[in-house]
Write a protein that binds this ligand. Sequence first.
Ligand code: PLP
Length: 473
Amino acid sequence: MSLLNAESTAFRAALEVVRAVEPRVADAIGAELTDQRASLKLIASENYASPAVLLAMGNWLSDKYAEGTVGRRFYAGCRNVDTVEALAAEHARELFGAAHAYVQPHSGIDANLVAYWAILADRVEAPALKRAQARQLNDLTEADWFELRRELGNQRMLGMSLDSGGHLTHGFRPNISGKMFDQRSYGADPETGLIDYPAVREAAREFRPLILVAGYSAYPRKVNFRIMREIADEVGATFMVDMAHFAGLVAGKVFTGDFDPVPHAHIVTTTTHKSLRGPRGGMVLCQPELADQVDRGCPMVLGGPLPQLMAAKAVALAEARRPDFQEYAQRVVDNARALAEGLVRRGVRLVTGGTDNHLALLDVDGFGLTGRQAEQALLDSGIVTNRNSIPRDPNGAWYTSGIRVGTPALTTRGFGPEQMDETAGLIHTVLSQTRPGTSKARYQLDPAVADRVAKQAAELLADFPLYAGIDLG
Ligand SMILES: *Cc1c(COP(=O)(O)O)cnc(C)c1O
């Protein structure tokens, strides 16, 4: 059987087995493939994992409990889980040149919590914490525990502000990190949209954080991690990078030198499902001195590891070590530039004026629209994006004035710069034809325009079939 036939056979058979129990679930899985195939997906955080990655997730590895780490489990019978976890960690270390890799986190947020715990355990001076670490729990009095809680819960974190592209988990109130930590943020320069490194240095000198966090979900430029590490060293902070969005560009050797976080940070966290194109999940890479604390992630912070996900991570990381992944990563960036240039040429304002990673941030205020209106009008026209705050956003965090677009998914589909330029044309058509309505959510767009754009989007997609080897019949 050829590999392509094998893919169709595998997924058809899987759905048949599911259908025998709950046909509505089988139908929803099938319908999701149809929907994904039909969508011009510009969501910067999404991608399409390979059939090998998808299949590695759906099996009896899921049946195993495996708390602990490779070779040191709290459960018996973990030899196959040990195999997949060790392989995933080895691929991760080799791919990123990291001293240590922890592949159990279930998501990016979980990976950040593991990292925060590891840094606190490494750095907080409370004697009670040291005794708790040494498992001398019986020596601790209630007063010791009280002091420990107070110390752990009031440490300082400096992260990138939300409206400059930072992430909720970098110390913002809607996330537990914003309740545990005394947080301050550094921002991008409001005029240029670029990180203002001297301002970051000044904020760090004044605030003296325990943790300096870099990383973003909506910043369209490279970050100089060498400079950020210098700032962290100057104030004695642990330097953490959350590369959830751009891990694929690091893996694909597009971000090297000062722009590769791994040699500069004490600890790096990531998701595995965004530009890295693996299964949904998270991962922590760190320097040797943090490895023991990171490995305590489960059960300190996380629920039991998901062996089937670690298997899929091993497959995805093996894929990312192949030369064609480097070509993919370069195309992601080339495509983002083509999209950005196509938008700018048609008169769309971009935050920072362009991009040098996988995403761009459109300022739709110039069209008289909120992000919410623009997002819906684009969706009506078959173009899937998401709204996002921009620096000094006049419409706040809910309605926003920005639209975030990214190229990892369409690049996996096979789009090149020419198709990205056509996509820019479609986006511009929708934005320039949409009129604001009577509220920040309402808008008017001629349905004939929306239909015409949706048809053009569908024609573009038709040339680049998604999961071409899978025919569900
Ligand atoms: C997406 C993202 C996360 C969260 O990842 P989940 O897997 O959804 O938990 C964390 N940090 C950054 C910077 C992200 O972009």
